[in-house]
Every structure is written in structure tokens, then in C-alpha cells.
Design a protein around this ligand. Structure first.
Ligand code: ADE
Ligand code: ZN
Length: 320
């Protein structure tokens, strides 16, 4: 079994967080922007901790200044994902970085991204959808125009609304107005919770934002009653595993639905193939385990039934 060739679904990928450092460096050069402090000597992204990661992420993103830049980024990321066997990706996309959450500008950025995604699907067979994402440390007032961008472009490629950023800022419920607006527009909901925040952050995400998927969620392992609630309410976790004593296996064995993603792959020096290799090495996962998480991801994906049926055929075609 080649782990690289196994068909994979990825539900948690930040578009800017997947930007190859070489693409960002090249664009910075073209535009004569100095972002040298973003990189280490070996050319990879350089950050000390999570809050610094967020600031380096925003500095790298600052070179992406037009819809065409985002189309180039989308093409590069989908090519890389397809080369790791990914057949379906859900991107976190951020109107805050694409025209400052102005609806007219956002439509232009989105159009360029969608065109690139459609081309990649035709050429490489990788399908994708977008989850419009507000950024928690920008505050609840900034989230409202972002949610309006989401609501105005709901349907088609945009199928979800979510929140990333610094989980230690405020409470999940501070963003309820924006999540309500997105829900009323028919969007599916997710948020980052239980990445750095503990069980309280996860409870608030379920109670106050009423999300159906959690990004990360791994800190719930501290609270088994909450773990059981995730099982009861059929909440799916999208996990970026860090390998020492990672709770993914314990959560899965208890019955929580888990999926695997790379989040911001070049920042964390990973790929979907590498995640699969680690799962095989650390927990002895085999083809049947990978098939099970792909099926979980397919069931939890924010896409239409026809797309799911096509993806199910691709999973079925692959020998176990
Ligand atoms: N934005 C990009 N990556 C993120 C992460 N892992 N957590 C929160 N916000 C993010
Ligand atoms: Zn994330």
C-alpha cells in the first residue's frame, strides 16, 4: 500500500496557511515587499509560538494583494494537495485578507479562486469547497462584515462559515451574531475550539455557536463527559496531530468521529502523506483505518450529495 496514493479528504486547510514559502517569496520579490523576517535561513516559515505564528501568517499573507494572486495561490495549493492523493479539500478562506471584507471586492477574489479551483478539478480531479472564516483576534465587530460576505456568496463553492485565529481572545459566544447570520444564509458551521482552549471553549462552541464540526477539539480529552457529548451529538473533529501522546486514537476508540488534516502544512512541516505515515508508524493504522476516516470526512463534508456520490465512488475504487 502506498500511503501517498491513498485517496484522501481534507476538511481543515487554511488557504494562506498552505502557501508554499517559495510562492510567497517570489510574490514579495515581484512587488518589492520586504518580508524577510517571515523566513528562517533554510527558507521555511519562522515563528516561536502560536501567537507569533499568527503574526507571521498575516505578514506572509500581506503579499497577496489581488484576485490574481489568490488564483495563483489556489492553483499551487491544489496541485500540491492532489500530488498527495487528496481528492477533496475544504479551504478556510478569509474576506478579511481579500479586500478587507468589502462584499464587492470579496466577490472578485472569490470569482478568481473559484475559477482556479474549477480548473484544478478538471485537470487534476481534486474537488474543493470554501468555508468563509472570520478571525477571532480581529474581534466580533470585524466578524460581522465577514459574515455578510459569506451570506452574500453562500451556495455554489462557498458552503460553510467558520472562525480561526487566537482562541484565547474573548469567548466563542461573542461571535454568535455572525454565526447566526451565516446559518440563516444556509451555510454549515464550524469553529476552531479545543486547540489551545480547553473544554469550556468547546462547550461554548456547541452551545453558543451551534457548530456541527470542530477544528482541532483535541483538548476535550480532559473532560470525558464532554467527549461523550460529542459522540451523542455526532460532532466531528478535524485534527492536526502532534505526535507525542496524541489523543486521536483514544478519542477514536471511545467513539468520537475524527478526521485528519494538515491545517497550515508548510508552517508545520507536514503534508497529508506525512500525517498518514505518522498515523501508520505511531498507531499502526492500516488501509482499513484510513478508509474509515475518509468515510467520516466524506459524511461530514460541507458539499452536495452529487459531489459526495462521486467522491464515494473514488474511495470505493481504491483497493483495501
Ligand atoms: N489560522 C491559521 N491556522 C490556524 C490555526 N491552526 N488555528 C487558529 N487559527 C489559524
Ligand atoms: Zn486551523
Amino acid at each position: 500500500m502506498s500511503l501517498r496514493d491513498l485517496p484522501k479528504l481534507e476538511l481543515h486547510l487554511h488557504l494562506e496557511g498552505a502557501a508554499p514559502p517559495s510562492l510567497i517569496r517570489g510574490m514579495a520579490k515581484e512587488k518589492s515587499v520586504d518580508i524577510s523576517r517571515v523566513f528562517c535561513e533554510d527558507g521555511s516559515y519562522d515563528f516561536r509560538d502560536f501567537v507569533h505564528f499568527l503574526s507571521v501568517y498575516e505578514a506572509a499573507t500581506s503579499v497577496l494583494k489581488s484576485p490574481e494572486d489568490y488564483a495563483r495561490l489556489m492553483t499551487a495549493v491544489l496541485e500540491e494537495s492532489a500530488s498527495h492523493g487528496v481528492i477533496y479539500t475544504e479551504f478556510f478562506v478569509s474576506p478579511d485578507f481579500c479586500g478587507g471584507s468589502d462584499v464587492t471586492a470579496w466577490r472578485e477574489y472569490l470569482h478568481a479562486m473559484e475559477e482556479a479551483a474549477t480548473r484544478a478539478e478538471a485537470q487534476l480531479g481534486i474537488a474543493s469547497r470554501g468555508i468563509v472564516t472570520c478571525i477571532r483576534h480581529f474581534g466580533p465587530d470585524k466578524a460581522k462584515p465577514t459574515a455578510l460576505c459569506a451570506a452574500e456568496t453562500a451556495g455554489g463553492w462557498i458552503t460553510g462559515f467558520g472562525m480561526g485565529g487566537d482562541e484565547s481572545v474573548g469567548h466563542q459566544g461573542d461571535y454568535a451574531y455572525s454565526f447566526d447570520m451565516a446559518r440563516e444564509a444556509g451555510l454549515r458551521l464550524t469553529t476552531h475550539a479545543g486547540e489551545w482552549g480547553g473544554p469550556t471553549s468547546v462547550r461554548e462552541a456547541l452551545d453558543d455557536l451551534k457548530v456541527e464540526r470542530l477544528g482541532h477539539g483535541v483538548q476535550v480529552i480532559q473532560d470525558l463527559a464532554l467527549v461523550d457529548r460529542l459522540i451523542e451529538e455526532d460532532i466531528v473533529l478535524g485534527v492536526y496531530p502532534k505526535w507525542d501522546r496524541h489523543p486521536i486514537q483514544a478519542l477514536r476508540e471511545r467513539g468520537v468521529k475524527v478526521t485528519v488534516s494538515t491545517d497550515d502544512p508548510p508552517f508545520f512541516h507536514t503534508t497529508m502523506t506525512r500525517e498518514y505515515e505518522q498515523l501508520a508508524r505511531v498507531f499502526g493504522w492500516r488501509a482499513s483505518d484510513f478508509h474509515e476516516i475518509s468515510q467520516t470526512a466524506l459524511d461530514a463534508a460541507f458539499c452536495d450529495a452529487d459531489t459526495k456520490a462521486r467522491l464515494a465512488d473514488k474511495l470505493k475504487d481504491h483497493p483495501q
